[in-house]
Write a protein that binds this ligand. Structure first.
Ligand code: GUN
Ligand code: FE
Length: 419
C-alpha cells in the first residue's frame, strides 16, 4: 500500500513548532509516513494520489484518557467535586455494565461517535466487568481505531454493588479478562487499570505490578486530581512519599499514563519524569469537577511526557479540539489568576500535546515526520471564507470552531482509510 496525499499539511515537529506546507504531498507506504514533498518527482509520478487540494490535512488526535461507560451520561451531573461525583453519580452508572446488553447498547453509541471524531488513538477505561469490557474491545477492534482498553480494578472503598471483594478476586478477574481477549486483535489492546489508589488495596497494586512485568503490559490510572483525594491517599498510605509513590512502590509508573496531575508538586513531578510516566492533562474535567488548573506549562518546560485527554464524562465531549482550546483557556486563567509569569499555553503547545507528544505513548505516532504511523485527518471548509488566511490561521479556526466551519472528510489510521 503506497500512495500520496495531496493537500495543506500541518503537523507538529516539536512543542514550539507546527510545520505547515501548502498544496504539498505526504508520501505513505505500508502504513507509515515516508516524506513530504512540494512537488512530485518523475520517479513517484506513477503513485496513486489522493487529491484533497484546498483541505487541511492533520495527524490523527490522541486522547490519552477517557471512560467509555461514562459516555452515556456525559453532559449531566456536573455539579459535584470528584469524590462525591464518583459515589453519587459515577459508581451507580458504571454498575449498570454488569448487564452485557446494556453495555453493548451504550458502547455501540460510544464507539460509533469515537470513530466519527478526529480521534485516531485512545486510552480508555471500561468498568470492572470482564464481559462488558470484552464487548467494548470487540466493537473498538472493528472500527480500525488504535486503542488501549482497561478492565478496571477496584477492591476497597467501593460500594458493594461495584467492587471486587478482594485483591485475589480482582487479579483473577483481570487474568481471565486478559486470557479471553482474542489473539488476533490488531488494533485494540489491553492496558492494566487500577482505578486509583483509594479504591485499590496494597495487595492488589502489588499483584498488578507483577502482572505488568510478567505480561509486558502498559498501565493507566489517576493521580493528584483533587485535594480531598490527595489527603485521603495520605491517610491510606502514610508511608508513601507522595501520591505518585503509592504507585511507584509497586513499580506501576514505568509504562504508564496518569490522568490529571493537577496538584503534582516538584517531588512527584521528578518521580514521574524519572520513570517516563505520561501525564495526561484533562482541562475540561478539571474545570467541571472543580479539581483545579494543572500547571501544565510548567510540566512542558520541565520536559515531562505529556498528553491531552477528554476524561469523558468528567469532560462532556469527545472532541480533542475542544480539549486543546480548553487547555489553552484554562492555562490563561491560571496565568492571570495566580499572576504566574508565562503559564499560558499557545496553539503550538496544545497541538503538540494532542498529537506528537501524547502519541509517543503509542510509539511513533502523532506527526507526519518520516517513520511515523500514517494517522491522517482531512478537513474541508464548509463555506469559502472571504479573508485570505494562512494555514496556521485555518488550523486555529478549526480548533476553535470545529464542526461549525469544517467537515471531517476522511480519516486514516496507519494508512488505512476508516472513514
Ligand atoms: N478518579 C477515580 N475514578 C475517576 C473517574 O472515573 N473520573 C475521574 N475524573 N477521576 C477519577
Ligand atoms: Fe478519569
Amino acid at each position: 500500500m503506497e500512495y500520496l496525499v495531496r493537500g495543506d499539511l500541518c503537523f507538529s515537529i516539536d512543542a514550539a513548532h507546527i510545520e505547515t506546507k501548502e498544496d504539498a504531498y505526504l508520501h505513505v507506504k505500508d502504513g507509515k509516513c515516508i516524506a513530504t514533498y512540494e512537488n512530485v518527482s518523475a520517479e513517484l509520478s506513477s503513485l496513486e494520489i489522493k487529491d484533497y487540494r484546498g483541505n487541511l490535512i492533520l495527524p490523527g488526535m490522541v486522547d490519552l484518557h477517557l471512560h467509555a461507560p461514562q459516555y452515556a451520561y456525559r453532559g449531566t451531573k456536573m455539579d459535584l467535586p470528584l469524590l462525591d461525583w464518583l459515589n453519587i453519580n459515577t459508581f451507580p452508572e458504571e454498575a449498570k455494565y454488569e448487564n452485557v446488553d446494556y453495555a453493548k447498547a451504550a458502547y455501540e453509541n460510544f464507539v460509533e461517535d469515537l470513530k466519527e471524531s478526529p480521534t485516531t488513538r485512545a486510552v480508555i477505561f471500561a468498568t470492572l466487568h470482564k464481559d462488558a469490557t470484552l464487548c467494548l474491545m470487540d466493537l473498538l477492534e472493528k472500527t480500525g481505531l488504535n486503542t488501549m482498553v482497561g478492565k478496571v480494578n477496584m477492591d476497597r472503598n467501593s460500594p458493594d454493588y461495584l467492587t471486587e471483594h478482594s485483591a485475589e478476586e480482582s487479579l483473577k478477574n483481570t487474568v481471565n479478562w486478559l486470557e479471553e481477549i482474542p489473539q488476533d486483535y490488531q488494533h485494540c489492546h489491553p492496558i492494566l487499570t487500577p482505578r486509583f489508589t483509594p479504591t485499590c488495596s496494597d495487595a492488589l497494586m502489588e499483584g498488578l505490578g507483577k502482572l505488568m512485568r510478567e505480561r509486558n503490559l502498559p498501565l493507566q490510572s489517576h493521580l493528584s486530581e483533587n485535594k480531598a483525594e490527595i489527603e485521603w491517599v495520605k491517610e491510606l498510605c502514610p508511608d508513601a512519599k507522595n501520591y505518585g509513590d503509592s504507585y511507584d512502590r509497586y513499580g506501576l509508573l514505568n509504562r504508564t499514563v496518569m490522568a490529571h496531575c493537577v496538584h503534582t508538586e516538584e517531588e512527584e513531578l521528578e518521580l514521574l519524569m524519572q520513570r517516563g510516566t505520561f501525564i495526561c492533562h484533562c482541562p475540561q474535567s478539571n474545570t467541571n469537577l472543580q479539581s483545579g488548573v494543572s500547571p501544565v506549562k510548567h510540566f512542558l518546560k520541565r520536559g515531562a511526557k505529556l498528553g491531552l485527554g477528554t476524561d469523558v464524562a468528567g469532560g462532556a465531549n469527545l472532541s480533542m479540539f475542544r480539549a486543546m482550546t480548553d487547555a489553552i483557556q484554562a492555562s490563561k486563567l491560571r496565568n492571570c489568576l495566580l499572576e504566574e509569569k508565562d503559564s499560558a499555553l499557545n496553539m503550538e503547545e496544545a497541538f503538540y500535546m494532542a498529537t506528537l507528544s501524547g502519541g509517543q505513548f503509542f510509539g511513533k505516532v502523532g506527526s507526519f515526520l518520516p517513520g511515523y504511523d500514517a494517522d491522517i485527518l482531512v478537513f474541508e471548509r464548509k463555506r469559502k471564507g472571504v479573508r485570505k488566511e494562512t494555514l496556521l490561521e485555518r488550523l486555529e479556526m478549526l480548533l476553535y470552531t470545529e464542526k461549525e466551519l469544517f467537515d471531517l472528510k476522511a480519516k486514516f489510521v496507519q494508512g488505512r482509510r476508516i472513514l
